[in-house]
Design a protein around this ligand. Structure first.
Ligand SMILES: CC(C)(COP(=O)(O)OP(=O)(O)OC[C@H]1O[C@@H](n2cnc3c(N)ncnc32)[C@H](O)[C@@H]1OP(=O)(O)O)[C@@H](O)C(=O)NCCC(=O)NCCS
Length: 169
């Protein structure tokens, strides 16, 4: 089993893996076009040349990155692939000198094992501006916000446009 950066030929398998878990809302659906466009965000775990897991790190800036689309094929769960994916994405965040990694999940216990703690979604305004405000579940969200590192002191996104907004002195 090894983890590596994804490349365009992996896009179809990544799409199919995420689709296994997006039907019931466990993961946000990602179109093939979106995966192609963001392929450099993704890492994959392969075993015997077969992709068994994927995950992505979306960079907002040095103040914040978000782990997204973590999926391990049902028949390969429980063998450490999920942990490898998270570790690899955290290493990428560290390389980019990101000070806070966040994620939204229904499996807080899994991510707590990897050093994440529960946060208030209001502490992550970039995520709200990017995704939550377009989500049909914005007022009945059943996901837990989690962070690892220092909470961001500012947001880089605002509606509309893209300007710095200072939240704290
Ligand atoms: C969550 C998921 C990525 C875990 O992948 P995995 O390869 O089975 O996990 P691992 O084998 O690497 O497990 C790592 C550790 O987490 C624990 N763990 C695994 N799944 C867990 C779960 N659902 N809840 C709590 N702990 C869990 C394991 O026991 C293991 O503990 P250890 O380090 O003490 O041995 C996988 O179950 C999955 O793809 N689920 C569907 C998609 C999903 O829910 N993604 C996350 C949404 S944000």
């Amino acid at each position: 089993m090894r983890t590596r950066d994804a490349i365009l030929p992996d896009a179809r398998q990544i799409h199919d893996l995420i689709a296994l878990y997006s039907g019931d809302g466990t993961l946000l659906p990602r179109s093939l076009a979106e995966i192609h466009e963001n392929i450099r965000d993704f890492v994959v775990v392969e075993d015997s040349a077969r992709i068994i897991g994927c995950g992505a790190l979306h960079l907002y800036g040095m103040h914040l990155a978000e782990i997204r689309s973590i999926a391990v094929h049902p028949r390969d769960k429980g063998c450490g692939a999920g942990k490898r994916l998270v570790k690899s994405l955290l290493a990428q965040a560290e390389k980019q000198q990101v000070t806070c990694v966040c994620l939204f999940t229904r499996l807080p216990e899994f991510f707590a094992r990897m050093g994440f703690s529960v946060a208030a979604r209001e502490d992550l305004p970039d995520k709200i501006y990017k995704d939550c405000c377009k989500c049909p579940k914005v007022h009945c969200c059943d996901e837990v916000a989690m962070v690892r590192g220092d909470l961001p002191k500012f947001a880089i996104l605002q509606q509309p446009g893209s300007v710095f907004v200072k939240l704290q002195a």
